[in-house]
Design a protein around this ligand. Sequence first.
Ligand SMILES: [Fe+2]
Ligand SMILES: [Fe+2]
Length: 253
Amino acid sequence: MQAQAMTLSDRADALEERMMHELEHIVTKSVLFNLADGKVEIEGGAALMAKNPGKYMLMGADPRLPQMPEKPTLIDYFKCRFASTAHLLQSATHALKAGHDEKVVLACLLHDIAVVSFIRCDHGYWGAQMIEPYVDEEVSWSVRAHQALRFFPDESVGYTYPDMYVKYFGPDYQPEPYIVDEYRRARNHRHYMTARLITVNDIYSFDPNAKVNLDDFVDIIGRHFKQPKEGLGLDSSPSAHMWRTMLWPTRFL
Ligand SMILES: [Fe+2]
Ligand SMILES: [Fe+2]
């Protein structure tokens, strides 16, 4: 009878707890993962060791996640770490069909990688930082700027404030001052139009029937994304640690 009294979230916690015990190593959640559950909590090393006698902390790949190759490429992250790629592929396909420059297509393909792999909040900033060492400045600058630009219309290219945002955020939503400032700065930047084209090609309504394929972009990635020979995340770029965090999100340290 006790099982019936458990709430869905209790059951999920119990399942997670059981799975943790079935794993060979102790898998830990970082504070950020707990914050997302509404808890400002961290489980200390000593408590974890006491709960899992005879086990060591996980210091590498999480066996519950798809296995990544020894030297991962951007494509491997698309396949094994991005929770959804349809939106990215649709935006990039849209840009490709419109005949835009390859850098614009790449910017569309990567504009929301932070959303699908890392974190939603300030995703343009996170995404830009992740790719900055590997792409032309035009691409990373544009990914960063799309965070702000998507809230502001530009009639010269037929971009209006998305109806979806009214639906999602309510009619009274106003972007924060840092977004307004970013927009003003971006307006006069030499790469403004590349960032603007991200918003123009951003597909706000998901079409389940659209045919998209990552293979269509392998060559563009090859030409414009500098794949580190050690593997993406295993190199020493200023953002390699962010890719490593996706590679090993539950490492103890
Ligand atoms: Fe976005
Ligand atoms: Fe988007």
